[in-house]
Design a protein. Sequence first.
Length: 242
Amino acid sequence: MNKINFIKCPNATIASAKTAEIILATVRNNPQAVLGLATGSTPIETYKMLVRDANQKRISFSQCTTFNLDEYVGLKKADAAQSYRAFMNNQLFGPAHFNLDQTHFPIQWDQPVVANTDYTTYDAHIQAAGGIDVQLLGLGENGHIGFNEPGSSLTSLTRQVHLDAQTIKNNARFFKAINDVPTTAVSMGLQSILQARKIVLLALTPNKLSAINHLRTAQTFNRQWPCTALINHPDTTVIWVE
Ligand code: GLP
């Protein structure tokens, strides 16, 4: 059975405001909340709303702990600005006054991958912090969440992943040339994501509609559309714009 709560919004601003409100309510309820965070163009407006509230002193994120979903591996120094760490520092952590010591990524952007590294220490770290209270997700055109590409297993934990050709093509807009886009990343797995107590997935653009339709109609997990892992989660909201 598909347990997801779908909220269709007339535009991206309303969808972002609803998403921001879910995060704000979590932090109001518990100023020490553990937030699971996403990158990409989708959450930018939501993050702006969180920044605005923090600067108006309506909320404080200073006691929150955060775990980002994923980070590229093998970025050139010249592309440091494209690291997900840089994105989060610029879009949210700096301007909304998070404590940077409490913000975590599964790998540092300039850290080389060492063969046979067990990245599930990230999952253990999340659990040791009390588990994620609310996990924000974007959506890949191919249905990926985090960097869990089609074919990902429902039991996957944090690991090194290879990016799909379509993902590399979609993310090339942020780089000088398509060859500069990293081909691997370290990402939380589907199981890592499903352990969050609350999940909110945001999809704002028409290229996500096919993935959204698979999500709306799914009755079982379909490996080809990794987002369908969410259908059995007890508290997932999908906020989308048609
Ligand atoms: C990236 C990220 C995802 C993100 C997705 C969509 O590859 N790893 O976490 O949700 O792509 O990106 P955008 O929001 O720019 O469409």
